[in-house]
Design a protein around this ligand. Sequence first.
Ligand SMILES: Nc1ncnc2c1ncn2[C@@H]1O[C@H](COP(=O)(O)OP(=O)(O)OP(=O)(O)O)[C@@H](O)[C@H]1O
Length: 593
Amino acid sequence: MTTALAPRGRRKGPRRRPANRPKTGRHLARLLLAEPRHRGALARLAAWSALGAVPVLLSGQLVAVALDRGFLAGDGLFGLAVLGGYGATLLLGALATRQAFVPMAGLVESVRDQLLRGTVHGSLHAAVASGRTPDTGAVSRITSQSERVRQLLSALLLSLSTTAFAAGAAVAGLLGLAPVLALITLPVVASTAALLVPLSRRWRTRYEASLTMEELVAEETGRTLDGMRDIVACAATRRAEDDLDGVLSDHAASGAAVATVSGMRVGVIALAARVPLLALLLSAPALLAGGTFSTGELLGAATYLVSGLEPALRALVQSIGNLGLELGTLVSRLAAHGGTPAPATAAAAGATAPGHDVLLAGVTFRYGPHSQPVLSAADLAIPDGDHVTLVGPSGVGKSTLADVLAGLTLPEAGEVRLGGVDLRTLDRAWLRRTVALVPQEAYVFAGTLRENLAYLAPDADTARLDRAVDALGIGAFVRGLGGYDAHVAGPGALSQGQRQLITLARVYLSPARIVILDEATCHVDPETEARIENAFARRDGTLVVIAHRISSALRARRVVILQDGRLEAARHEDLLRRSPAYADLVGHWHGAG
Ligand SMILES: Nc1ncnc2c1ncn2[C@@H]1O[C@H](COP(=O)(O)OP(=O)(O)OP(=O)(O)O)[C@@H](O)[C@H]1O
């Protein structure tokens, strides 16, 4: 039986995306502006923030006065007094910023309460509608998320209002001090800062992707740990490692992509303030010589650019980018799911298919973005109850196709359907019970033979074990080991072929409706292989055999050949006539046999 693993490979196609989110900004604005008391609190917050920006507004002016009329005019005391006055405005600004916390606290508490009310209502409503017990786990998860919303919203509001006013104050101060310098420098600031808009959008996309990857890593790790026993029992450790490795590499790449855009953003912010400053400094000698501006005015203008505008710009971008994005993600999840967290995967819990016909439609899969596709727009239909043998030269992609059929590997394009339902939407546990992929490496664990055989059918009694053993023709082997209650010391105590027999009997007893044998009989003799394949063919359901010998193809109802990423299916005789590749393969097998 396949393990409880996630699909593997570099999943290009259906990478899980965040659930459809409502427009976050609009939703937040609705929450903030819905009630008159919220609007009042926002107005008070704005008023205190404006007052808090007064030191920035005065900074350049006071530096200019301190220099021109104080230090440079030989009146150091006056200069010091002016700078002392600037210090006093900083104190007042700090007090005003402190006062801004009061309306903001009331506002965010109220928004948090609104969110929580919506959450609990949503959960109760869903419970009443479905007749089930309310999801109290979801409510408690959302309670903690609402708490995080409160923290983020307060940080964001404070940061936004103070930095927006500070930036405005720096611009106003510069215009007041030296309008000509403002007209020279501000367009440069504005045009460079305009680059931040597309950069921030790109940053947002990459950040969201990295969040999704983070969730995927947690999900994949949890699933691997949960399924550790099955992974070991089915000798799928390498596959599990591959799965985790793929997800971790993707996660690392997504983190690097975020860092690249963050770096570019910091560079642009620095340029926005430093390029005008550089222009100012380079033209300073000429401006001073022409007597157009005083030294104090030039330094005052530089003060507005460097200590007013640049920090405000940086804080604005960071608060909108980081705090805003995290807040938006949380709020939209709460809003979209009425208080229930977004489902972790596209697969719906409990979703089963009404039938067992398998259909591959236009399936394309490749392991890396630059590698050749292993499957290329491949089509195949396997009706329920069919017996097919899959053939193709070594390395052509037969095992990959088996993984795709079992839903362990997701195609980058096209669809795999089971009973008419897209595999990706089916309940994973149901899918794992329904489709059994038996790999070449067989595994037995220390315990009785009965425990090993009944591992996937714990309710199987001795009579059922007997029927399976008879059908597979492995009675002599079972008796030779000492019967069902004989102790199997572990994998090392049996040959590879004996381990395959146990694994095959285990799958025969399982509830799997579709069995895929991926060279699962390669270590047993041809007669035993024939008996086993025939037994599986008679068993209820579908049998797909990845051929190890020509005899497997001759036994099957149809043969499927995989060549150049495409699949062609026909009866052995027909395929022999119309496919030179199959004729070659058969010739090669006969030669080898
Ligand atoms: N995890 C992986 N990462 C990258 N490439 C892979 C991975 N697994 C398989 N491949 C490549 O994909 C191609 C198909 O491999 P696959 O094992 O599906 O072929 P196969 O037909 O089953 O081979 P064989 O008959 O030898 O078992 C090969 O070129 C292989 O090297």
